[in-house]
Design a protein around this ligand. Structure first.
Ligand SMILES: [Mg+2]
Length: 360
């Protein structure tokens, strides 16, 4: 028996068993008689040769279980003949059977994909070479951009740690990122999210809610210095960098300045916690004021006892002292993970981008 024959036999069985007959014998008999009497124009392949067990296992959906509006409406005419009703039910069952059997019937048929709707199918351009996408092969300018983007992402996510300088092949990439929109947009994104948090967090109203800010690459930008020193390609030279700091010419990071003013206006205490040493306090104050930062509540620099400590330990200890004084550290902004990780952490921390250097 062909697939069409099976389908039509099951269809007939369902139609007749639901319309007039109940038992297998009655249905089989009806099929035979209708066919032989030619009362119903059955499909030529119709034949009740399918075993009773199989036929009884076929789910014959009642016609009313189908959402008629999706198919058609049977006109509610009182004089409608049984033959018309059977034809309508024929069609419903046919649609159901076709939906089940069509994958089998077309399994070995090569279809034209353009005949099918494709709105959810994403297609690569024909000339796109994705062989090197997994990390090997490839080459050329695009490949370097992808690799350096992967490196920067890993750095910002603190997956690459520690590291001393940027990869040589990423010099142009880091330069472009820092000097163009990428860096500025990322800074703005962090500041906007921090501002949203600051506006919505509940303050105690007792002057004990603190926002901690790092200084370098958080409030002040040393980009003019790093632009002269390979954007992080050169190994950090503390003597050269201190000379730059002493000039007190680092500009403000504008998005951070806006956030800084906002958290002050909201009633936060602002504590500046920096890795700069006490010997740089005066130039740091000058630089902050020159750049537009004023009215902080505390400026904490590395003292003699803090020398040799990692930034993570030094800053955690200082935050711990704030908590012991009864302050609640609600927000913390820093460009290094060592600004925000450790212990006595803030309720919410905001990591600013910095692909130029790493401080443990
Ligand atoms: Mg910093």
């Amino acid at each position: 028996m062909t697939l069409a024959g099976i389908a039509w036999t099951v269809r007939d069985f369902c139609i007749i068993s639901q319309s007039r007959f109940r038992s297998f014998e009655e249905t089989s008999s009806a099929l035979q008689s209708f066919d032989s009497d030619n009362k119903i124009p059955f499909f030529p392949n119709t034949s009740p040769k399918i075993p009773r067990k199989t036929l009884n296992s076929i789910p014959c959906f009642p016609p009313n279980s189908f959402p008629h509006s999706l198919f058609f409406q049977i006109p509610p005419k009182k004089h409608k003949s049984k033959r018309s009703l059977l034809s309508a039910m024929n069609l419903l069952n046919l649609l159901f059977l076709f939906s089940i059997l069509s994958p089998v019937a077309f399994a070995n048929t090569k279809l034209d994909p353009h005949l099918l709707p494709r709105p959810l199918i994403l297609e690569y351009p024909e000339n796109l070479n994705i062989e090197g996408g997994g990390g090997g092969g490839g080459g050329g300018e695009d490949d370097i951009v992808f690799r350096c983007t992967a490196w920067r992402f890993a750095v910002e996510a603190n997956n690459v740690s520690p590291w001393k300088k940027i990869p040589f092949e990423c010099l142009d990439y880091v330069k472009n990122y820092m000097m163009n929109k990428g860096y500025a947009l990322d800074l703005e994104m962090v500041a906007n999210e921090a501002g949203f948090f600051a506006r919505n967090v509940e303050l105690g109203g007792d002057g004990k809610d603190v926002w901690v800010f790092d200084i370098d690459e958080t409030l002040l930008s040393n980009l003019p210095y790093y632009a002269q020193h390979g954007f992080g390609l050169e190994i950090f030279n503390s003597n050269l960098f201190d000379k730059w700091v002493d000039m007190a010419r680092a500009p403000a990071i504008e998005s951070s300045l806006k956030l800084y003013k906002e958290v002050l206006d909201l009633g936060f205490k602002v504590f500046l916690l920096t890795g700069r040493s006490e010997g740089q306090r005066a130039v740091t104050v000058d630089n902050l004021k020159n750049a537009g930062f004023e009215n902080w509540d505390r400026l904490i620099l590395r003292g003699q006892d803090d020398q040799g400590k990692t930034a993570t330990i030094y800053k955690s200890e200082r935050r711990s002292e704030m908590l012991k004084e009864g302050y609640r550290i609600l927000g913390n902004s820093g460009d290094q993970w060592s600004d925000i990780l450790g212990f006595s952490m803030s309720n919410r921390s905001f990591k600013l981008p910095n692909p130029m250097y790493h401080i443990p």
